[in-house]
Design a protein around this ligand. Structure first.
Ligand SMILES: N[C@@H](CCC(=O)N[C@@H](CS)C(=O)NCC(=O)O)C(=O)O
Length: 278
């Protein structure tokens, strides 16, 4: 399965070059897909005005961006001791490959605007809900199980697409039991987000925590893409991924309220970069 690279606008430099540099570098997938972890990193930097060098995740000598090839990730593995993206690297500090570490670093590099609440109760709630979205076994993680399940059930064993999905599945602990539980787990998390938004709106706030933008708003806006991507004019993504990025589960659909999707739109329109640039 080969991803179209014609529409890529960001200039991603190779890992070899990035390793020689100092400053802020972010290894990104370099695909036209609004991956929630990627877009959250980009969004946090955008809001804080942090400039960074985008780095391509796959090996420099990879002749195309054929996804799912272990062999194309050895340079990333060597640099960051793992093979997922995004990874945020500041000077010679340890590479940060987890969303919460990445947020803490961004907050340190530019404390304004504050994206982690000062108030401890708000901070606890923000990290708890953000973990439901972005953490291991959270919404995005479980949606990936659902995305893997379809092709593994339907595609012939020798199909290159199936090889890709099987690769992703084995990398992120896919099995039939977790796939069977995924939709109801996602529904529960979306309901949590809907309840949070409702209570905030009832209290007169436009934001998910407190009365100003926090990282949770950005995580919701970017995680929402995996259930309902923004339209083509705002999110010119690879069309082959509209479908896997989407939702056909009725339970999740019932939880994904207009208000939640409207909140995603509000956060993008007010605080993030539109159209999304890949
Ligand atoms: N860094 C994230 C997880 C990153 C992640 O799962 N990235 C996926 C996006 S689908 C990835 O790199 N997939 C391609 C691959 O693993 O080869 C975290 O905070 O846990």
């Amino acid at each position: 399965m080969t991803i179209e690279i014609d529409d890529i606008k960001i200039n991603y430099i190779p890992i070899r070059e990035a390793r020689q540099m100092s400053g802020l570098r972010i290894v990104l997938g370099a695909f036209t897909i609004p991956g929630p972890w990627h877009e959250a990193c980009k969004g946090i930097c955008h809001v804080k005005g942090l400039s960074y060098t985008p780095v391509r995740s796959s090996n420099e000598n990879a002749t195309d961006l054929e996804v799912g090839m272990n062999g194309s990730q050895s340079e990333l593995q060597e640099w960051t001791a793992q093979s997922s993206a995004p990874v945020v690297i500041w000077n010679d500090e340890r590479p940060r490959s987890l969303w919460n570490d990445q947020l803490m670093l961004a907050e340190r590099l530019n404390p304004k605007p504050r994206l982690i609440p000062e108030d401890a109760e708000q901070r606890i709630r923000m990290f708890g809900l953000a973990n439901e979205l972005m953490g291991e076994n959270g919404l995005v993680f479980n949606k990936r199980h659902l995305m893997v399940a379809g092709p593994l059930e339907s595609l012939p064993t020798d199909s290159p697409e199936r090889t890709f999905w099987a690769f992703l599945g084995s990398k992120y602990n896919y099995n039939e039991a977790v796939a069977a539980a995924a939709a109801s787990r996602i529904k529960g998390i979306v309901e949590l987000m809907a309840a949070q938004l409702t209570s905030q709106q009832a209290a007169g706030s436009k934001y998910l925590i407190g009365d100003s933008l926090s990282a949770l708003d950005i995580y919701w806006a970017t995680a929402c893409a995996i259930l309902q991507p923004l339209p083509e004019d705002l999110c010119p993504m690879w069309s082959g991924f509209r479908g896997p990025y989407g939702n056909d589960d009725p339970g999740i659909a019932s939880a994904l309220s207009d208000a939640l999707v409207g909140h995603r739109d509000f956060i993008y329109q007010t605080h993030l970069q539109l159209p999304i640039v890949f």
